[in-house]
Ligand binder design. Sequence first.
Ligand code: SF4
Length: 361
Amino acid sequence: MSITKHDWTKEEILEIYNKPLMDLLYEAATVHRAFHDPNVVQVSTLLSIKTGGCPEDCGYCPQAARYHTEIEGNDLMSVSHVKAQALRAKSNGSSRVCMGAAWRNVKDGAEFDEVLEMVRTINKLDMEVCCTLGMLTENQAQRLAEAGLYAYNHNLDTSEDYYKEVISTRSFDDRLQTIENVRKTNVTVCSGGIIGMGESIDDRAGMLVALATLNPQPESVPINALVAVEGTPMENEKPVEIWEMIRMVATTRIVMPKTQVRLSAGRTEMSREGQAMCFLAGANSIFAGDKLLTTPNPDVNEDMKMFELLGLKPQKPFAKKMQPKTTEAIDSKFKSLGEKPRWSRPEHKIEKNIEASIKGK
Ligand code: SF4
């Protein structure tokens, strides 16, 4: 059980996903206990540092400028505001702050410099810092690493086959390229996906194949249940059933034994019993705070009550990997290069997306 397998096939993963539930839970819990303390759960706080107005067309996302949702857009948050929020998160038991910006890709310049300062500031609070800023060049990944970034989130979202039904403004390969750029640094990779977007079980397995065959596998894999937001092309998708979530978490745990499996969006719709089964199935991370970027999340006090009830403890920062050293900007080996990203922009059009933007006009 100590060797991580990197040659998973879709058939093998489907066989695991479709096992009788009790067998699946037992196997996942056994793997979980071999690699992790089952009573420790890592708690992250997600902070939207720049909200809305995104040029991309991710069909699930209320922050895409082309969909007409009720979210309130915001320019880049100040460093002092981010620091105050991070201190609040720390006092509420979070070991990690994940900062999200609704950008297609990072652009070198004043805003990226501000983000680097936010990373340095949170690292100095002895918290793990994660960013999710869109596509990154290798140089930008290096600069984030020098600022003390612990993790970079870049979700694959779904399988390669289904990807074009969800997003047309970038390709699956673009996603893999950013993950590869992050892997050239000492920053850990956080990458997962969303279920409930109209994909098949085959697609869920396909996404897990893409993640589990990365070598090394991502240190963290968020599993989200779609929060269907009015005004997005996915507004009418059926809610994900708890059993689907449990199966997805358990399968992820078995195929990626060392990773932190993150129970992410969709927790407001889950009972405590449902979440407890997800923890038993191998989930060992959650997002805390009443908002996940723009969608609702359980109140932190409710989460702490659930931890007490289940005898769970929040994981301490840097329990899995040492705190990254912050190199002051002045000493940086990786100066801004003003690089032009060369990502693809497939001409593919998604009917549901076109309909949604026409409807909103
Ligand atoms: S998921 Fe990210 S990249 Fe896609 S539209 Fe939303 S903010 Fe933009």
